[in-house]
Design a protein around this ligand. Structure first.
Ligand code: HEM
Length: 386
């Protein structure tokens, strides 16, 4: 039996694409966590988990909570199959190559290049009000990923950025089915770009060509998934973090000058872009007093877990020295973020560049939330720098 949380008008309170939840999902997460932490959602036909302890269990128990719907005979379009939709050992073979490739990168030089790119983008906007999303966060995240992959910045970056945004919208296809087909088409746009790198053997981690145990299509998809996961989460994170700082009293530019990996972790906890990750129950089990059946879909609301007061005292307040900080903003377990240190370095490099150039950074108009629930971000963030 499942309990249904309803509003007075008898609607689900968990409506992530509603204007109220887009504006502030954390209030609803808190209510769910308190009233029904293992919540059955009819539209999604899925369990929604909001407690830290339950989300950690799902992320860590990969034998019970699988990322691979194929094992359950569930249909999955071939364009989607990548390391993100696989379980070990198939997953580990591909992941290993990307992790090894990142380890070989000279990250000190790469960080200098990212800082220089940030400086150039900021110089271009000058003293005029600018849109932090379109003018800084997105081109900087894309530049950083191109530098990391060793590929040229796309000639038509709008095409890539639009495709990536469409993919992010498509992550909510369970709530808005009309987003599914455009997202599949957008994958093809990015796959084309990746295929060209693979053909020219640029931007490919060494050895990826030699993997014969995994179909080539899945290698292409994984190369796309790593690139786009890095670009879109980082761009959204930069915008969420800057917006949160400026709207929560951290207007002194010194907060940017003092940014370090620990402060980035706290921002990832507070306003990390990834709100939810889903898994498929691979075996009957029990969680929070509820019986889960093989085949059930489980949505771990990691953004809700990151505000769980049982784990994070005063969860909506920033403590840039918080330790320990077992947040899930970069995931946990075998599918945890393989580029968290990369995203963190980009945030630090940008922050230090902002602090070096300006005395003050402030909002210059109303911002616009991106209409996405799985990955939270902004479509518009007008700023003025002095
Ligand atoms: C601040 C920026 C970032 C945030 C907040 C973030 C967040 C996350 C989260 C929450 C997950 C776990 C997903 C799950 O469990 O299903 C994840 C996985 C992943 N991230 Fe990140 N990420 C960031 C930056 C990056 C970067 C820069 C890269 C690439 C260089 C990257 C590549 C990946 C990949 C490939 C996965 C899937 C790993 C797997 O399935 O084994 N991410 N990320």
């Amino acid at each position: 039996m499942s309990v249904h949380l309803t509003t007075s008008t008898n609607n689900e309170i968990f409506r992530p694409l509603s204007p109220e939840m887009l504006a502030d999902p954390y209030a609803v997460y808190a209510r769910l966590r308190g009233d029904d932490p293992v919540h059955w959602h009819d539209q999604l036909q899925a369990w929604i988990l909001t407690r830290h302890t339950d989300c950690v269990r799902v992320l860590k128990e990969v034998e019970t909570f699988s990322s691979d719907p194929r094992k359950l005979g569930k249909p999955i379009p071939p364009q989607i199959i990548s390391l993100q939709t696989m379980d070990p050992p198939e997953h580990s073979v591909i992941r290993h190559h990307f992790v090894a490739a990142l380890k070989q990168r000279d990250l000190a030089t790469w960080t200098d290049q990212v800082a220089a790119a940030a400086d150039k983008l900021l110089a271009a906007v000058g003293d005029e009000p600018f849109d932090f999303v379109a003018d800084i966060a997105e081109p900087l995240a894309l530049t950083a990923m191109c530098l990391l992959y060793g590929v040229d910045y796309p000639r038509d970056d709008t095409r890539f950025r639009t495709a990536s945004r469409t993919l992010a919208l498509g992550m909510d296809a369970g709530l808005a089915p009309d987003r599914r087909a455009p997202a599949l088409a957008a994958r093809e746009v990015i796959n084309e770009m990746v295929q060209e790198w693979l053909d020219r053997q640029v931007g490919v981690p060494a050895g990826l060509h030699q993997i014969t145990t995994v179909p080539r299509e899945y290698i292409v998809n994984s190369t796309r998934a790593v690139f786009d996961a890095g670009y879109s989460t980082t761009a959204n994170f930069l915008a969420n973090a800057v917006h949160w700082l400026l709207t929560n009293g951290h207007t002194d530019i010194r907060v940017f000058g003092e940014m370090d990996a620990r402060a980035v972790d706290e921002l990832a906890r507070l306003v990390g872009p990834v709100q939810a990750v889903s898994r498929h129950c691979h075996a009957d089990t029990e969680l929070g007093g509820r019986a889960f059946r093989r085949g059930d879909v489980v949505v771990a609301m990691i953004a809700a877990a990151n505000h769980d007061p049982d784990v994070f005292p005063d969860p909506r307040t920033a403590d840039f020295r918080r330790a320990p900080n077992p947040h899930l903003g970069f995931g946990r377990g075998v599918h945890s973020c393989l580029g968290s240190h990369i995203g963190s370095r980009i945030m630090v490099a940008l922050s230090h560049t902002l602090a070096a150039r300006y005395h003050r950074l402030e909002l210059a108009g109303a911002c616009r939330q991106r209409p996405t629930a799985t990955q939270r971000g902004l479509d518009l963030l007008p700023l003025r720098a002095r």
